[in-house]
Write a protein that binds this ligand. Structure first.
Ligand code: LLP
Length: 380
């Protein structure tokens, strides 16, 4: 990626940089590959809720996938059509449900029987009908990091297959509820399409089962999770949307007039974002050389939380002779490390480094640990 270094010099580091041209190209490719009037993409706001990022996604006419009342509000404030908003999450509070009913969201992705009952009561009290999809836990292993695997029986998400008939029957008879579909999400950062193929087969099976009972759902929502190439962001700046949509196109049997919904987050926004930071000190250890930068795990939590690796670049002097560094942040935690034994063009105090692929789950997972400020953002 070519960084606008001149523009960066006057900015206080660390900051999130968004390449809005790459974001627009990513949206275009995803739309081309999804081209089917029955396919609808809802952007997963949890990946990045920055208005700079939300604007082109809204302008593409996409819906929003939200997991809190505040995310629903952010989607509405940023101009997403309320009826294009879907709302998942195992712990929706009464306040959040009431807010979402008030703005008239498109669908609650319901994760438990007690939640279904509460939505029914609150909708009835307001004299409105809540559209709901039942989130199904399909017991499919996404083979990704265990913290971001969601579709196994051991996970807290969705309704177990053994309870599904009961919950569907309840949804069909409860007042204030209109059952519109089934929802699935098996995990995040999936690069192998096989779990999605298995998901399609499972959905076909479930649809056949419900058809026998005379039930056809207007919509199916297959969630998100398409992964990106963290190691080679320049070689693969745009996720493999073709393989992803092809799996569904080739394996999922949609019923007559049935709509298919997707909830993509990371694959849309990850590669357009970098966390830009400055080297504060280069410190010689006994066996190691540390590059201490002014960004820390409070600004990009993924390495500390998941052992994830984001490509690190010296963007001040890309051609200097290479040296080996542990690249670390300033925070008082041993896990505040971005890279061990990183081979980088020689770093000096004041140099700018880019932590790549930080557009998804970077800014939204930032905290004020050590009373650090939340970094600013710039979109160019
Ligand atoms: N739909 C549901 C119901 C979800 O739970 C998620 C993500 C998505 C859609 C969007 O998934 P995506 O397309 O972004 O993979 N903080 C972790 C990722 C957590 C994902 C949580 N759910 C990370 O930094 O890797």
């Amino acid at each position: 990626m070519k960084f606008p270094i001149d523009r960066f010099q006057s900015l206080k580091t660390p900051f999130y940089y968004y390449d809005l041209d790459l974001l627009t190209r990513t949206i275009d490719v995803a739309m081309d590959q999804a081209a089917d009037p029955r396919y609808h993409i809802h952007y997963a706001v949890k990946a990045n809720a920055n208005p700079l990022v939300l604007a082109p996604i809204r302008d593409a006419g996409w819906g929003a996938d939200c997991v809190s009342g505040n995310e629903v509000e952010a989607a509405v404030v940023n101009g997403f059509a309320p009826d294009s908003i879907v709302f998942a999450g195992v712990g929706k509070t009464d306040d959040e449900i009431n807010y979402a009913l008030g703005v008239g969201i498109g669908c609650f992705n319901v994760e438990s029987l007690p939640e279904l009952e509460v939505i029914s009561q609150l909708a009835t009290a307001r004299g409105v009908t809540a559209k709901v999809a039942i989130r199904v836990n399909p017991d499919i292993d996404a083979h990704t990091h265990h913290y971001i695997t969601t579709g196994l029986n051991e996970n807290k998400f969705g309704i177990d297959l053994r309870h599904l008939d009961d919950v569907v029957d309840t949804a069909l008879r409860l007042p204030g509820i209109k059952l519109v579909g089934l929802h699935f999400h098996i995990g995040s950062q999936l690069l192998d399409m096989e779990p999605y193929r298995l998901l399609c087969l499972k959905i076909n099976e479930l649809q056949a089962h419900f058809a026998e009972k005379g039930i056809q759902f207007p919509s199916i929502n297959v969630g998100g999770g398409l992964g990106i190439d963290y190691d080679n962001p320049d070689a693969n700046p745009i996720a493999d949307f073709k393989s992803y949509f092809d799996v569904f196109r080739n394996n999922l049997h949609l019923g007559k007039n049935q709509q298919l919904h997707f909830e993509l987050g990371r694959s849309i926004v990850a590669q357009c974002g970098s966390l830009i930071s400055r080297v504060v000190y280069v410190k010689q250890g006994v066996e190691k050389q540390f590059a201490i930068i002014d960004a820390g795990m409070s600004d990009l939590l993924r390495p500390a939380l998941y052992g994830a690796h984001h490509k690190i670049e010296n963007i001040t002097s890309a051609d200097a002779a290479e040296e080996v560094y542990d690249v670390v942040g300033p925070i008082c935690e041993s896990s505040d490390v971005f890279g061990k034994d990183e081979k980088l063009p020689g770093l000096h105090r004041g140099d700018l480094v880019a932590l790549r692929s930080a557009g998804a789950y970077g800014e939204t997972m930032a905290s004020r640990y050590n009373l650090r400020p939340i970094p600013a953002s710039v979109g160019i």
